[in-house]
Design a protein around this ligand. Structure first.
Ligand SMILES: NC(=O)c1ccc[n+]([C@@H]2O[C@H](COP(=O)([O-])OP(=O)(O)OC[C@H]3O[C@@H](n4cnc5c(N)ncnc54)[C@H](OP(=O)(O)O)[C@@H]3O)[C@@H](O)[C@H]2O)c1
Length: 254
């Protein structure tokens, strides 16, 4: 069985990634992973390919083992989309240790451990798509842990892409600009808000998903779809940190 796995497929970008993969050939079934069963069922209804639903809190110690144990020896993971992620904003001093641990687990430990556990099921032309963020291009006061987890994911994914090349497996890192998803819902109580600057640079999850899957099919190591994100990526490389921090203060970015 040729399997595509999408984590965080119950809302936002994950839903669009699942829908986009549904249009691909060479996939027999899409595994949809998240905590909310009703929302995963809704996603499944929008797809034409068969689906299997995994109601899992990926930060729980046994979750990844459960996913990997569901694969049969002949199964191939043709797409692994590490999309589930979370961010809590605010000064570091206000974070509880649970806040920090959860971000590090879901944004870093989970994609790394999932990739490691599923590695025996990856074959030539398997695609790994890791969803990081524009926040990973530079340190972000007021969103420090989240930005650092995404920087780690970018660094890891790019290195892994080089390592996997000789097996014909590619790793693409998707770095979206802000998208209006549940990430920004007040009910998430994660301190995030759609400030003016973020609103100007908003991009649509549908477009992000489309371009990310296209980039992964071409074996590109990065998918940076929004012009602002492209500028930030370059600016972070060429400008001194003091200038970047000055700009961020002026723009009220976190
Ligand atoms: N929105 C933005 O502005 C933005 C910008 C750049 C990058 N990103 C990244 O894009 C990715 C998708 O985010 P989004 O914007 O689509 O946000 P979202 O709508 O909040 O979606 C997050 C997804 O992750 C799942 N998830 C969260 N905690 C989980 C857990 N413990 N176990 C399993 N699944 C979990 C959620 O499902 P359940 O709640 O059902 O578990 C949901 O499906 C994330 O990696 C995020 O960091 C977002």
């Amino acid at each position: 069985m040729k399997i595509a796995i999408v984590t965080g497929a119950s809302s936002g970008l994950g839903v669009e990634l699942a829908k986009r993969l549904d249009r691909e050939t060479g996939i027999d079934i899409i595994w949809l992973v998240a905590r909310r069963e009703d929302r995963l069922l809704e996603t499944a209804k929008t797809l034409t390919l068969p689906t299997r639903i995994f109601i899992l809190d990926l930060t729980e110690p046994d979750a990844i083992r459960q996913l990997a144990a569901s694969l049969l020896p002949d199964d191939q993971v043709v797409w692994l989309v590490n999309n589930a992620g979370m961010g809590i904003a605010g000064p570091f001093r206000d974070h509880t240790s649970d806040d920090v641990r959860l971000m590090m687990r879901l944004n870093n430990e989970v994609p790394l451990m999932l990739t490691s556990s599923l590695a025996p099921f990856l074959r030539e032309k398997s695609r790994i798509l890791n969803v990081a963020s524009v926040a990973g291009f530079l340190p972000q006061p007021g969103f420090a842990v989240y930005a650092a987890t995404k920087a780690m994911l970018i660094s890891f994914s790019r290195a892994l892409n080089q390592e996997m090349r000789d097996r014909g497996i590619t790793v693409t890192t998707c770095c979206p600009n802000p998208m209006e998803t549940e990430f920004f819902l007040p009910s998430q109580a994660n301190g995030l808000s759609m400030s003016g600057v973020k609103r100007i640079g908003l991009e649509s999850p549908l477009r992000v998903a489309d371009l990310a899957v296209n980039a992964a099919k071409k074996g590109r190591d990065m998918s940076v779809s929004h012009p602002f994100a492209k500028i930030i990526r370059v600016a972070a490389k060429v400008l001194p940190a003091s200038v970047l921090f000055w700009f961020m203060r002026r723009a009220g970015i976190h």
